[in-house]
Write a protein that binds this ligand. Structure first.
Ligand code: ADP
Ligand code: SF4
Ligand code: MG
Length: 501
């Protein structure tokens, strides 16, 4: 294992996206699942980058899209290019993204962007695996091989082991039959089986042995990178350790790079030089392994890692239990995808009408606040995500709207000070639209970007965004946020202003 910066970048993944279409009956498109949503990272020669996250966060899709086994929706994958070209592509991609995403560009920046595009687009078309035709990808395939989770289904049950192991050599190498046979014999010994095993079928082997056969097949072609998707998750714990050790030895001997996918934190820690933590198709945090496990910054990483018991009693902290379910990637929340479950969420983290109906009906219930019992009952709350507003419809018209508004603003203010009350601070206006309908307007959420917060430590969280640096510390920015919203009544626009906007 080695992760010095001087190492050559073997793989660069730039803003990769994979959206799966969701269809309903008769192949009607109903929307899409954002399985990968803007994923950027690099993998160096001889290095292991681990990818961890809960089921459904996009790990398998990442592995498959990197290998061009799944077609990307957008973004680029550069693999095994000459160093100078690779560094140039990384630089162009970074500058392109930075300028392209600037909301207001100076004329000089518009020109620079045009210049970069002129250089970058032909290079993307020539080198990015997401843009090449299968025929052109073939020459890269030899150097990147997959190892899948399930050694039972990934080996063809009708084929002899010798044919399984020789398949990539036949397809992708220039070796003749004798050379292939010799190579297959060598491979089977390297992974700890013997020559006579070559003439057996996969069902004659245990799970661990089958995974060894899968590894022999992948490395026989002498690749530079393996993408290992939960390679030991289907195996018994005792067998897992043997396979992991073997994978480490193979990596050492062959100077291989691994993209190592697992939902097991301990396996990731053992195997990886650097770790990517994914949440709902996005990278939450990406850092050197030790840093990630001891000095994690993202609230999701903190919660995920709090599940591992610490051996050091001075470092033992309580387990962070996340509230709520993982949202569906076909309808992810606004802003930061983690905001509905984040224990550290701020008012700009993504609160939108769909987060508010239930909390509003609770906060405006006379049981929570008896002062509200003078108001008519609420008959419905209508969310409008596009307009970023909610309409609270009362069962009858209200004559003293000024007083009613005062009572409601007061109740919202109280709710904002309770546990989990931060979402109420995202309310920017409260105004009667008609005598029976009160409209609640929400602030526009911010979207966090993956930023290099410390050297080689990337985090996608608004706590660490530009404001963090401006205020030179998180405590300060939190304080500023709270002070600004301390008195909700003063923050909500007055009804006349709200009507004008
Ligand atoms: N072929 C597919 N068609 C539609 N949705 C898919 C497909 N493959 C994966 N998904 C969806 O994409 C998301 C990410 O899945 P996956 O990459 O398998 O996650 P993980 O490996 O982390 O469990 C999930 O919501 C999953 O249901
Ligand atoms: S941006 Fe950071 S603080 Fe805000 S919800 Fe996301 S993880 Fe939590
Ligand atoms: Mg998976």
């Amino acid at each position: 294992m080695a992760s010095e910066n001087s190492k050559r970048t073997l793989l660069y993944v730039s803003h990769l996206k994979k959206y799966f279409d969701v269809t309903t009956g008769f192949l009607k498109k109903a929307g899409y699942v954002k399985a990968l949503d803007d994923v950027t990272f690099s993998l160096k020669e001889g290095e292991t980058v681990g990818v961890v996250g809960e089921t459904g966060c996009g790990k398998t899709t990442l592995g498959r899209t990197v290998l061009a086994l799944t077609e990307a929706t957008d973004g680029d994958v550069y693999f095994n290019l000459d160093s100078e070209l690779m560094n140039k592509l990384i630089d162009l991609e970074e500058r392109f993204y930075e300028l392209n995403h600037k909301r207001e560009k100076l004329p000089t920046e518009e020109n620079e962007l045009a210049e970069i595009s002129k250089e970058l687009i032909p290079l993307r078309n020539k080198y990015s695996l997401t843009r090449l035709k299968e025929r052109e990808i073939r020459k890269y395939r030899k150097n990147m091989q997959p190892i899948f989770q399930d050694p039972f289904s990934s080996l063809d049950p009708r084929k002899l082991v010798k044919d399984i192991v020789s398949e990539p050599l036949k397809l992708l190498s220039d070796l003749d039959n004798d050379e292939i046979s010799e190579k297959v014999g060598k491979m089977i010994n390297e992974i700890g089986l013997s020559d006579d095993h070559l003439f057996r079928f996969p069902h004659e082997f245990s799970g661990g042995q089958r995974q060894r056969i899968g590894i022999a097949r992948a490395i026989g072609i002498e690749p530079k990178m393996l993408v290992l998707d939960e390679p030991t998750s289907a195996l018994d714990v005792s067998v897992q350790a043997q396979i992991l050790n073997m994978l480490k030895e193979i990596q050492e001997n062959r100077k291989l790079s691994y993209l190592f996918i697992s939902h097991h934190l301990n396996v990731i820690r053992l195997m990886s030089d650097r770790v990517i933590v994914m949440y709902l198709g996005r990278i939450a945090e990406f850092a050197e392994t030790n840093t990630l496990f001891t000095d994690m910054l993202h609230p999701y990483t903190k919660a995920l890692l709090s599940a591992i018991p610490s051996i050091d009693p001075t470092k033992r902290k309580g387990r962070i239990i996340l509230e709520g379910e993982i949202p569906s990637p076909s309808d992810p929340p606004k802003g930061c995808y983690f905001h509905p479950r984040c224990p550290e969420a701020m008012k700009n983290c993504g609160w939108s009408p769909r987060d508010m109906s239930e909390p509003l009906s609770e906060a405006l219930d006379p049981f929570s606040d008896p002062a509200l019992s003078v108001l008519p009952a609420i008959s419905e709350i209508i969310e409008d995500e596009n307009d970023n507003t909610l309409d609270i419809v009362f069962s009858t018209a209200i004559t003293d709207q000024v007083r009613a508004r005062e009572l409601i603003v007061d109740a919202l203010d109280k709710a904002s000070k309770k546990a989990n009350g931060i979402k109420f601070k995202a309310i920017k206006s409260v105004a009667f639209r008609t005598p029976d309908t009160l409209t609640i307007g929400m602030i526009e959420p911010d979207v966090p970007r993956l930023r290099e917060v410390r050297k080689d430590h990337f985090v996608s969280c608004l706590i660490y965004d530009a404001g963090y640096n401006e205020h030179k510390g998180r405590k300060k920015i939190k304080k500023v946020t709270e002070e600004n919203t301390a008195n909700a009544t003063e923050n909500y626009e007055n009804p006349d202003q709200a009507r004008e906007t």
